[in-house]
Design a protein around this ligand. Structure first.
Ligand code: TXA
Ligand code: MG
Length: 330
């Protein structure tokens, strides 16, 4: 059932559901989350079950304030404090050492925990209402079945989990791709997942160079969003240069069938077969991130079998989108 994030009574109802151990479709500025009380083991188990996600894949704990982090985390290095000060509330998740007696199930049993304070006003309203009832953290992975495309609207969440799930409608997500994740447990900041907040912004905020996980020899923490194949629609996705899709369309001629193209340049009418769906890829990276998952879902809904996507520019602001596209195509 979808209820309105603009209605304070519905926000209260959503918080009560979480405090009672139920699941909730929660809007955030990045993507919708499938939320549960992070300290309630049974509630957290429902998330893993509903998503079909292995229970050792850790979840992010969402908090209303930076202070609430101390309830879950044993130690916060200075550079992590600088990152929180600069980017919270906002689309940044920090991995920090976990208090051994807190949120073990949500953390997938790891001795670290991911924490994030989202900026979406409806998410903050829910988190504050939960905190007022003594629930300080809300675990929420993206509200999609394991390995599938993340949801950026209440309708997307409903199409994943059906009408039985309570979903708080907060409109379309602004950012559109998941939060940037920085591991702060290794003495230096390590970028686990790129997002709207860029490498450069993080390095400037904390005055340290970001390290990539490959350059560390110890075993990297499990992160399903970092598996090679993820964010995959049902159709096959292929990344192609503009020259390559032009050539391939020419070769297909009028026989194009069940094919979709997401590109900055519009294909010429004579290149468009009857069965080609085209959507414009925005020239702004932020706008492309905003559109990405809903474009993939829209193509899937049209029964397309193949999706061609123009390889985005190789510039820093496109890193988050490039990362999701590479995984969708893997
Ligand atoms: O924007 C977002 O981060 C969204 C919204 C709902 O907040 N959430 C999200 O959650 O993307 P999820 O579960 O789909 O992705 C979280 C990623 C996973 O790849 C998970 O493995 C990683 O964060 N993660 C969480 N806790 C971790 C930990 N302790 N160590 C390493 N990775 C962790
Ligand atoms: Mg996810």
């Amino acid at each position: 059932m979808i209820i309105s994030g603009n209605n304070p009574l519905h926000v209260q109802q959503a918080a009560e559901a979480l405090c009672a151990g139920d699941l909730l479709g929660l809007p955030t500025e990045t993507v919708y989350g499938l939320a549960a009380d992070a300290s309630n083991e049974k509630a957290v188990a429902k998330i893993f079950e509903a998503k079909g996600r292995p229970s050792n894949h850790p979840l992010i704990v969402h908090v209303a304030t930076a202070e609430a982090v101390n309830r879950f985390v044993s130690e916060v290095p200075d550079f992590a404090i600088q990152l929180m000060t600069q980017f919270w509330p906002g689309p940044l998740t920090l991995i920090l050492p976990r208090r051994p007696d807190q949120a073990a199930a949500a953390a997938g049993g790891q001795n670290s925990v991911g924490v994030r304070c989202p900026s979406h006003p409806v998410a903050l309203a829910v988190l504050n209402a939960c905190a007022a009832k003594g629930v300080w953290g809300v675990a929420a992975p993206s509200a999609n079945l394991f390995g599938r495309v993340s949801p950026t609207s209440a309708a997307h969440v409903q199409s994943e989990f059906g009408d039985a799930l309570l979903i708080l409608d907060g409109g379309e997500c602004d950012v559109g791709i998941e939060s940037t994740i920085v591991d702060c447990t290794r003495g230096v900041p390590v970028l686990l997942r790129p997002g709207q907040i860029s490498r450069m912004q993080i390095e400037q905020a904390c005055g340290l160079k970001l390290v990539s996980p490959e350059s560390l020899d110890s075993e990297a923490p499990r992160a399903s969003g970092t598996l090679a194949s993820h964010y995959a629609p049902s159709a096959k996705v292929r990344l192609m240069s503009s020259a390559d899709w032009h050539k391939a369309l020419l070769a297909l001629g009028p026989h194009t069938q069940n094919l979709a193209l997401w590109s900055q340049e519009k294909p010429a009418e004579e290149l468009k077969g009857a069965g080609l769906f085209w959507r414009a890829m925005p020239v702004s990276a932020d706008q492309a991130a905003h559109d990405l998952f809903s474009v993939l879902r829209d193509f899937d809904a049209r029964g397309v079998r193949t999706i061609w996507i123009e390889t985005p520019p190789d510039t820093p602001e496109w890193e988050g989108v490039r990362d999701r596209l590479n995984r969708a195509a893997a």
